[in-house]
Design a binder for this molecule. Structure first.
Ligand SMILES: [Fe+2]
Ligand SMILES: [Fe+2]
Length: 240
């Protein structure tokens, strides 16, 4: 339900890494989130190894989430070659799994794509040399274009972008600088900045920094579960 000011509380978390040994349960966390927010965003690495059984465990926990869920997959969800199956299981559990799509929830457009690596600013990897390097850059460009296509379809005043990879370097700070290029790509923020976006959520950089902004000033939140947040909980709550 939207508040009297027409805004929604969006809870966001990433990098749940649900394991098949069921060592961690998110039931209580999802129940808690349902009492403090209107929508839950999960920004990738839903499972630890991308195994369908891990997705089934998460799907069971999601029964305790009483608010709509918008999520993207992360790199870990691709590890076992069953990303389609993981997506199907979580979609059947009621989550909106966004892979270059958008969904409107309570008047807000949630736009999701996994994103990809490639580096930041003028140090981004360029399409030069061996075919393997060119393929990597092509993947990065392709993910940015999937995000762009989804952003173009938004018909609401407010849009929230959900990624797994970081769109800016500021929110990966805290990680070793040597791995920054594997944590995200400025191609994502260049795309975001061509549209009116209210907030961006991502994960992947477990040791990164909670908050930053795109070059045009859109707020970006790294909501990896391990990062300290103003809520003092694994999830952030942002009014959108
Ligand atoms: Fe992760
Ligand atoms: Fe990741």
């Amino acid at each position: 339900m939207s508040k009297s000011n027409g805004k929604l509380n969006v809870a966001a978390v990433a990098d749940l890494h649900v394991k098949e040994d069921a060592s961690v349960s998110y039931k209580d966390l999802f129940a808690e989130v349902s009492s403090v927010a209107d929508v839950l965003v999960i920004a990738g690495d839903l499972t630890d190894r991308g195994k369908p059984y891990e997705a089934e465990l998460l799907a069971a926990d999601l029964k305790h989430c009483l608010i709509p869920v918008a999520a993207v997959l992360g790199n870990h969800d691709y590890e076992s070659g069953h990303a389609g199956e993981v997506m199907r299981i979580l979609s059947e559990a009621g989550a909106h799994i966004l892979d270059g799509q958008n969904v409107e929830i309570e008047g807000i457009g949630f736009v999701g794509a996994k994103g990809f690596a490639g580096g930041f600013g003028r140090h981004m990897l360029s399409s030069f040399g061996e075919p393997a390097i060119k393929a990597m850059v092509a993947e990065s460009v392709d993910e940015a274009m999937r995000l762009e296509n989804a952003l173009r379809k938004v018909r609401t005043d407010r849009a929230v972008v959900v990624l797994h990879y970081a769109p800016i370097a500021d929110t990966v700070q805290g990680e070793p600088p040597e791995i920054y290029p594997f944590l995200g790509s400025s191609r994502l923020s260049e795309t975001i900045d061509r549209f009116k976006v209210t907030a961006v959520f991502h994960g992947h950089a477990h040791n990164g920094t909670y908050k930053g902004t795109t070059p045009a000033g859109t707020p970006v939140f790294n909501v990896a579960a391990h990062i300290e947040k103003p809520t003092g909980r694994p999830y952030a709550v942002i009014e959108v």
